[in-house]
Design a protein around this ligand. Sequence first.
Ligand code: F6R
Length: 609
Amino acid sequence: MIPHTERHGVLRYTEIMCGIIGYSSIEEKKPVEGILLDGLRSMEYRGYDSWGVAIATKKGVFIEKKIGPISQLNSKPIDSFSLGIGHTRWATHGGVTKTNAHPHLSSDDRFVVVQNGIVENFIELKTKLQTLGYAFKTQTDTEVIVHLIHLELQYGKKNLHDAVRSTFLQLSGRNTFVVMDRETKTIMAIRQGSPLVVGRSPNSVMLASDTLPLLGKMPEVIFIDDNQLVEIHAAKIAIYDAKTGKKILFEAKPLTQKVEKIDKAGFDHFMIKEIYEQEHTIIDATSYSEVELLPAVKKIKKARHVYTLGAGTAAFAAGHIARFLREINIFTQELRAYEAASYLSLIDKRDIVLVVSQSGETADTLEVVEFLKKKKVTIISIVNMIGSTLSRLSDLSYLSRTGPEICVASTKAYTAQIAWGYLLAQSIIGNYQQAKKQIQDVSNKLHHYFQTKQNQQVLKKLAKKLVTAEHFFVLGKEQHFYSALEAALKIKEITYKHIEGFSAGELKHGVIALIEKGSYIFGVVGGEESKRNETLNALAEVKARGAIVVGIASEPSDFFDIHIAVPDGKELDSITKIIPFQLLAYYLALNLKNNPDKPRSLAKSVTVK
Ligand code: F6R
């Protein structure tokens, strides 16, 4: 947990995933519980250990909380107003218990609070509140917010607005929180660090951590900035500067995002659905016209140096994009956000940083971007989630348009962003049309690959064999060096097996010592002939030491014990060759009885530094 302070000259971010929602309507007897639950379900990827809703009723605040995935309520609120809030949790302070699940009720039963973030001066505030007689029922840091608001109302501020603001000013850390007051039938929310959007329709208002719950319900959206307080009463919205208290003029934008049904569309898991979607998502991500790409093309052409930036899977996509740019003779260095510090003093306004992220909310990435923005470095981003912090911080922002990626392990965002990066790079050298054709060709190949049942059968068979294996390695070269890293990450994340990705060239420099008789070694073989041969030679060496060699390749080879045939994606081989690994990770996770959509200890884009 890092305080919201400068460290090594870099602003530290701490974004804890959780999903928050609020709903208010002028229509009486709106089934608020259904609206809140649907909204939470669409944000469940943000946190899925426990959840809860609170609904204002004539008699008091109805609250129900549960452990596990969003399900149904056990009871129905009686005589409810059209006013409620909800939360899906990813535990940080306090274990996964019903008591710790949000919303948290004030000691006078008047208001409830949900929070996304960390109160970093929690201990200090808790001690102060305890001295004043407040008894803590939970282990959460959120409870200090509840008691502080209560304290302010009791002994200082006359109204909730001032009490909420004054509470916010006492918190350190990045805290976005929502308060629902039964007495005034008002919802208040302050954004600090974690995202907050507000949807508006003529009769109702909905606030949430992202736009997904709003789709199809709210025709307009307002993106809330840090330090802004939103006050919602019936269907009215007012926004204030949370620090000064001054009212802010705001603009609602049409919510044009396609209504995405957050369902598995007949698949058993989101992961497999998202893997299969890739034949289309690489096309959607590259549906930008040449004119739309032109501003990025111009900036890159003018830049002294280009850097690509991302974290985890997004860093590997950024690696591929950097390579596409180097291949057209543009000096480009890929950076992993958490290892970027030593580069930061070298980057200045003559440079471009191209940032890759699915969520656009990753703390490691955002902190680098924020720092570079202060140095007036131009930021271009490719992000999947609409209205993200990263998109809004960027000078030029593009969307990968894959639709929501719900499975925690990233699949379709990765390949979509690679495809977009390729189109951008090729546009710089005037090859836009040809690149579009190449991407279409890869999409056709993927279609055929997914339609051929035998491809799945081979992988399912292999996944059975791997259940008892302990260590695996993936070797790749050039573009497939990043593929090897991504393949290993995918398998690690959802199977919990030990697997490492290496450059095939690194083998002789140490890695080979790990190879034993019966070790499974995957080789990603593709690209230019000389590179293919280097990988094949590395595989020959491990085979000679008794390893079982699995070749992920378009052509068979004598060095393979098992050949996983994959179409040759040519310049975009990084897209086709990652698919079998995604599928293998999925089948292996199923064999190991793991939930591939919700891997242990991981949440989508959680960044706890
Ligand atoms: C891996 C995975 C993570 C993310 C990383 C960055 O499957 O999902 O490694 O890629 O946390 O997240 P974004 O792309 O949201 O910035």
